[in-house]
Ligand binder design. Sequence first.
Ligand SMILES: [Zn+2]
Length: 258
Amino acid sequence: MENKVILVSIDGMRPDGVLQCGHPFVEEMMRLGSYTLDARTVVPSVTLPCHMSMFHSVPPTRHGIGTNTYTPMVRPLNGLFEQIAAAGGVSAMYYGWEPLRDVSRPGSLKFAGYLNAYAEDATDGRLTDLAIDRIGKSSPDFVFLYMVETDEKGGHDNGWMSPAYLDCIRAAIDNVKRVWEAFGDRYTILVTADHGGHDRSHGSEMPEEMTIPMFFLGKRFTPGQVLENVSILDLAPTAADILGVNRAPEWEGRSLAE
Ligand SMILES: [Zn+2]
């Protein structure tokens, strides 16, 4: 495919967290691309339901995954990975939390890498290394890089907006910067979160848990533009539009690309 996409999900990253993390690349992303600090995720603000909605562009009431335990969809629909595979595209996925494997169905991925963030340290950085290595070797059309340490070691272990939480976001943004420096000239890079959090948990409809930041770096986006009324359901249609892949008829979100 002529236009390629890297989607980065930083689990549990709040908009005020990314603004306060202290990494200078955050301001650079807001200069280089379009962005929102006020996008909405879906209810419940829980990791697997939110990522299923990110990839299938429907709310949990439609895909049916309401907890972190996957069950096959009663009314199956294609997600982004399936639409890319149907168009002959090549996808890769790197992830630090094993249940996320179900955001794609068997046969939709050509490359994947999993490191267990609950058993090992520093998986965000090593998953980024794996993704960078694979992109350099194979130039997949679509790459999904999922980093869980902000949620796990930051929010749940130490509290949302704690110094340790902000440290995790800063490290994750540094990984985004490495990806952008290596491939920003050849790929459109979308950076998002699945949900926020407060105290040491998430899952409710509180604004602190439902509001997520998104950054869109690539030629289909106006530098410095603030996007409004954005939903996590818009990510799959946006990526499909950039890739030149058909959206599935059931998708409810809209493309944010110009
Ligand atoms: Zn999560």
